[in-house]
Design a protein around this ligand. Structure first.
Ligand code: MOS
Length: 747
């Protein structure tokens, strides 16, 4: 086989799982149907706080096909040892234990599960379960909850407390230019296409297979093992296909608890699927308020940054986010301080949603920056360049790389930013006002210890595997490409496997660390295969490769090729035959300590982006159209420009939703989210999305992670909402400080 153009790292390979997904061959959690399976339907609580005083399930039990109704009164014993968290990613506090007792902590809490021979019977019967409550006074009003705001002593390990510098209060008081305003973000709910669901196969020998909608099969396995007291060896969790997550599937959610509870109680296979409305009964992005005070000299140089933010959480867990640190890190400013608290409400616990903390805090901060640029009579881009920080200004550490300047330049050129007219209401297109806005985005470039296996068969086929998930981000494809790149095999000869708790250890898929982490693991595993192949080749008669070591050869087209003389090559299959090997199998782990990760100086690891937005506003109707977005991203090495672009497109679309549409409204009297359907909870539809241009700027960074990859799953959302909000101001002269910017706010 001649040396061909390698389809490895950097090539725009189409998703290797794409055909399975669009033809329906890919099976999701709720599409498995083990023999004798029962259907479960959850009953959601009708009050926000109090206790259950009586359950009348007679009418429900009379429905033909109903097998059992599980509540706190008849549930089997579980093994919860305490109320500490039982999963890798849960926040500090006491997690929801469904059916543990008669207590109701939030509206929509599961209080009963009806099990029936058909889904229809279960759902109908669920409507007939009569539950009586003794209600207690609740508070689901965020503004009232602010009176109780606090910062817990026990922080989640991903939380970074703000580090203050200088004397921000004093500098702010003395500053000739000031911005001092309050900014808000509404509650948002995750709405992945695939609802949360589990199908549990009961095998009759004490073991179960759990097809779960999750972002972390091993995390769910560990959770189930600890709460049900079943050995992890007897629980296999599968999630080879996930119809979107956005963070909603980072934690094991109550659907999987209910399904396993019912399966173990009835000793039968069970499936539970949440309805779209029930998707609004658990995790959501917290509601947020952020006060930003900025001080600057007359020439626009920032002298003071004061960020103070509060986000909502439940009364039983303390969900915390990095909200206030981003602007403090991103801008050169001698004085900065941040203050962050959470406010407990009688709702389910808020949680991570695409770029948690940054999407909120950076968006709100970047609106304030736009206000300060205007005061300083500077173009928003010139203002950002004037206050550009080469290093992480909060931690005083260098970045492994920060090509934000290049992102500004390339984004501005693509957008045509230099044609922007200064001042609001200066641009028009027929009856519509035109506005151009800009914002900066920032996210973490994380790496998480991950293992992968690789198995080369005698026919030259390679399988790579890791217990990571592909939540739609392209992980299968990334694994395939890294393997193809490392061993010089065509992608068609490679199978990537993931989404199975039996596979080598991997974290939950989140935080944009998937590609960097599993990419590194697959690479080390494939290198180990290469070493073994080379050793096998020494069994070939006449030793054609001589005493060549791993650095003396390349792998290309299924052959080991001598670097010094490419005419000398050995087929993988020939080497394996000579050594009498049917397969070569390895498992390796990539951890933060490997190749180039150890730095003498502590460095900050971040992605950046510059997002430019054009809006057109019909003043008479108040309708805003986002007609153009250019998002220039600095995210280190891009493994696949096609799937990476798709990630940025998705992030930008979600950012447009954050700017204009997404908002879960609370009925504070009932203590319940009101608009719990896609009819009333608005996400951008196709008609809302126009031109989106994605640019990846060159940002070589051998230090950040082993492959130089920073991750792109989240950065696209950060900055988009502020860019749109700033564009709306430029169009209309109306400064709206609360997202989403709905029509009523523009009247
Ligand atoms: Mo993401 S919020 O880490 O799934």
């Amino acid at each position: 086989m001649a040396s061909s153009a390698r389809i490895g790292i950097g090539s725009p390979l189409s998703r290797v799982d794409g055909i399975a997904k669009v033809t329906g061959a890919a099976k999701y959690a709720a599409e498995h149907r083990p023999a004798g399976m029962l259907y479960g339907f959850a009953v959601s609580s009708g009050i926000a706080k109090g206790r259950i005083t009586a359950i009348d399930d007679r009418a429900a039990r009379a429905v033909p096909g109903v097998v059992e109704i599980v509540t706190h009164e008849n549930r089997p014993r579980t093994a919860w040892l305490d109320r500490s968290h039982h999963d890798q990613v849960g926040p500090p506090g006491s997690p929801l234990r469904p059916f543990y007792d008669d207590k109701v902590m939030f509206s929509g809490q599961p209080v009963a599960l009806v099990l029936a021979e058909t889904f229809e019977a279960a759902r109908h019967a669920a409507a007939l379960v009569e539950i009586s409550y003794e209600a207690e006074a609740h508070n689901t009003d965020f503004d009232k909850a602010l009176a109780e705001k606090f910062l817990p002593a026990k922080k989640r390990n991903t939380f970074h407390p703000p580090k203050n510098r200088g004397d921000a209060e004093k500098a702010f008081a003395a500053a000739p230019l000031k911005v001092d305003a309050e900014y808000r973000l509404a509650t948002e709910h995750h709405n992945p296409m695939e609802m949360h669901a589990s199908t549990v196969e009961w095998h009759g020998d004490g073991s179960i297979t759990v097809h779960d909608k999750t972002q972390g099969p091993q995390n769910v396995q560990a959770y189930l093992s600890s709460v049900f007291g079943i050995s992890a060896k007897k629980i296999r969790v599968l999630n080879p296909y996930v119809g979107g997550g956005f963070g909603s599937g980072l934690r094991p959610q109550y659907h999987v608890y209910l399904t396993v509870l019912a399966a173990t109680m009835l000793e039968r296979s069970v499936r539970v699927v949440l309805t779209r409305q029930q998707m609004f009964t658990h995790v959501h992005r917290p509601e947020a308020v952020q006060t930003v005070r900025l001080g600057a000299e007359m020439d626009g140089r920032l002298t003071a940054i004061l960020n103070s933010a509060t986000t909502s959480t439940s009364r039983y867990e303390n969900h915390m986010e990095d909200v206030v640190i981003w602007g403090m890190m991103n801008y050169a400013c001698p004085n900065a301080s941040g203050d962050y608290t959470i406010a407990p409400m009688d709702t389910s616990t808020s949680g991570d949603m695409r770029a948690p903390g940054a999407a909120t805090g950076m968006a709100l901060f970047e609106i304030a920056i736009d206000e300060m640029a205007e005061q300083a009579k500077l173009d928003p881009l010139a203002f950002r360049l004037l206050n550009y920080s080469e290093e992480d200004a909060m931690n005083g550490t260098p970045f492994t790389s920060k090509a934000l300047r290049e992102a500004f330049a390339e984004g501005a050129a693509a957008f045509g930013w230099d044609r922007r007219k200064a001042g609001p209401r200066t641009m028009r297109d027929g009856h519509e006002l035109v506005g151009w806005g800009l914002a900066t985005g920032m996210w973490d470039a994380m790496f998480s210890k991950t293992s992968a296996s690789a198995k080369l068969s005698a026919n030259g086929d390679l399988e790579v595997a890791s217990a990571l998930s592909d939540i739609g981000t392209g992980t299968y494809t990334v694994m395939t490409q890294v393997a193809a790149d490392t061993l010089g095999l065509p992608p068609e000869r490679i199978t990537a496997r993931l989404g199975d708790s039996d596979l080598p250890a991997a974290p939950v898929e989140g935080g944009s660390w998937g590609a960097a982490s599993v990419g590194a693991a697959v690479q080390v595993a494939c290198r180990a295969i290469g070493e073994k192949l080379l050793k096998a080749a020494s069994s070939i008669e006449g030793k054609p490769l001589g005493s060549a070591g791993i650095d003396d050869v390349t792998f290309d087209g299924g052959r080991i090729v001598l670097k010094s003389d490419p005419a000398i090559a050995v087929e993988f299959t020939e080497a394996m035959r000579a050594a009498d090997l049917q397969t070569i199998e390895v498992e390796e782990t990539a951890s933060a300590g490997i190749s180039g990760m150890v730095s003498q100086i502590r460095k900050s690891r971040n992605t950046h982006c510059a997002t430019f937005a054009e809006v057109k506003v019909d003043e008479e109707l108040g309708v805003v159209r986002v007609t153009r977005i250019v998002c220039a991203v600095a995210a280190g090495r891009i493994i696949n420009p096609k799937t990476a672009r798709s990630q940025i497109l998705g992030g930008v679309v979600m950012g447009i939703g954050m700017a204009l549409h997404e908002e879960t409204m609370m009925d504070t009297k009932l203590g319940r989210f009101m608009n719990h359907s896609l009819a009333e909870y608005h996400v951008p539809a196709n008609a809302d999305i126009d031109s989106i241009e994605v640019i990846f700027v060159d940002e070589p960074d051998p230090e950040v992670t082993p492959l130089g990859v920073k991750g792109v799953g989240e950065i696209g959302i950060v900055g988009t909402a502020a860019a749109v909000a700033n564009a709306i101001y430029h169009a209309t002269g109306k400064r709206v400080r609360s997202l989403p910017i709905t029509i009523d706010k523009l009247q």
